[in-house]
Design a protein around this ligand. Structure first.
Ligand SMILES: *Cc1c(COP(=O)(O)O)cnc(C)c1O
Length: 395
């Protein structure tokens, strides 16, 4: 059976709910047990049976089952946001005195979590070049416990050599954690050596810009239990409405992703042809660092990519001129996040310490291509370039 067919039905058990296709939304804290013996027995199986609301319900387990299927793992955990998936996993796997290797192109709040929270727990972070590959071995210390990857990188889309990094990490007994939000469905993390795969399910899994949700998936039951125990002891519990919206998103995920990816490529290729654009940072296009790795390791992608604007002859492209382009799009609205049905744009502000962007890099703008018609989106972008040119000429 094809994976896409399995995803359409993943986590559904109509037989358990009188034939109703979707699992009901269980709003549960207390779960009653018939006897003391049963109450105690359930405690020892609390991660697997319905024991107490915070540990999970048939509704949360349905989505966890679907996430495990999508990610190609065996077990999953739901948390309240993508960032909670990142922070919970790192806190579960690291302790005082440990060392973390963090990719320099990580989602900015992941960086802030390391620099502002992990540091206060005596956990040291070293940032590494996203293109390091097997060279990661040179940065591994005796107290390194985790290599954190995010491929492609946030805002600048460097594709990492995950199999090479995993091989080096595993040789030293180090776990590999991946923020796989961009590669949802198009990158199968466990086949490539990842130990823990994280999703900001807020993005494409939910897919409608109406829910915050995060997921943690593993292929290994013991690792899952370790993180699940931590998540439960930290008191995380996911809202029932968000779980329902996540389950609803799952059913259309493969077709939505296919459409976002195809439309995104159409728009990205048009942008490549424009004189205002120095580079298109899209993993599926040759101008992107690690494009060959994308070809080797991914089966597709999504609708998120960036462009680097070309600098005019003066060498200076003032922010005010770029803002003139960004402020007045019809479809590409200004807003954080991505993965919903609608197109979005944000000016990117990549922070790098280990692998700075080359001097003279022009302003970077990140686009999310939604489900609108690509002719309309391209017309919108073309008018934006007209505004940019007029603003530069007026300066
Ligand atoms: C948005 C995002 C997150 C955080 O997800 P939230 O649900 O907003 O907390 C994590 N990683 C990446 C790559 C993201 O784009």
């Amino acid at each position: 059976m094809k994976k896409e067919s399995r995803i359409v039905h993943a986590g559904l058990h109509p037989d358990r709910f009188e034939g109703v296709v979707n699992p009901p939304v269980f709003r549960a804290s207390t779960v009653l047990a018939p006897t003391v013996a049963e109450l105690k027995a359930r405690h020892s199986q609390r991660f697997d049976v319905t024991y107490y609301g915070r540990y999970g319900t048939p509704t949360t387990r349905a989505l966890e089952e679907a996430v495990a299927e999508i990610e190609g793992g065996s077990k999953a955990i739901l948390v309240s946001s993508g960032l909670a998936a990142i922070s919970s996993t790192l806190l579960a796997l690291l302790r005082q005195g440990d060392h973390l290797l963090m990719v320099d192109s990580a989602y900015y709040p992941t960086r802030a979590f390391c620099d502002q929270i992990l540091v206060t727990y005596g956990i040291e972070t070293t940032y590494y070049d996203p293109m390091i590959g097997a060279g990661i071995a040179d940065l591994i210390r005796p107290n390194t416990r985790v290599v954190f990857t995010e491929s492609p990188g946030s805002q600048t889309f460097e594709v990492q050599d995950i199999p090479a990094i995993a091989e080096a990490a595993h040789a030293a007994g180090v776990l590999v954690v991946m923020d796989n939000t961009w590669g949802l469905l198009s990158f199968q993390p466990f086949e490539k050596g990842v130990d823990v795969s994280l999703q900001a399910a807020t993005k494409y899994l939910g897919g409608h810009s109406d829910a915050m949700l995060g997921t943690i998936a593993t292929a290994d039951r013991a690792l899952w239990e370790r993180i699940k125990n931590h998540v439960c002891l930290m008191g995380h519990a996911v809202g029932t409405e968000e779980v329902y919206l996540g389950l609803r998103g799952v059913r259309t995920l493969p077709i939505r992703l296919r459409q976002h990816f195809e439309a995104g490529l159409t728009v990205a290729r048009w942008l490549e042809s424009r004189p205002e654009v120095a580079r298109v940072l899209h993993p599926a296009l040759p101008g992107c660092p690690g494009h060959d790795l994308w070809k080797r390791d991914f089966t597709g992608g999504c609708g998120l990519f960036s462009i680097e604007l070309a600098l005019p002859a003066s060498g200076d492209l003032p922010e005010a001129a770029v803002n003139e382009m960004l402020d007045h799009y019809h479809f590409f609205k200004l807003g954080y996040s991505w993965g919903g049905f609608e197109s979005l744009v944000v000016p990117a502000t990549p922070l790098r310490t280990a692998a700075p962007l080359p001097a003279g890099t022009g302003p970077i703008v990140r686009y999310h291509v939604g489900l609108e018609d690509t002719d309309d989106l391209i017309a919108d972008l073309e008018q934006g370039f007209d505004r940019l040119k007029a603003a530069v000429a007026a300066l």
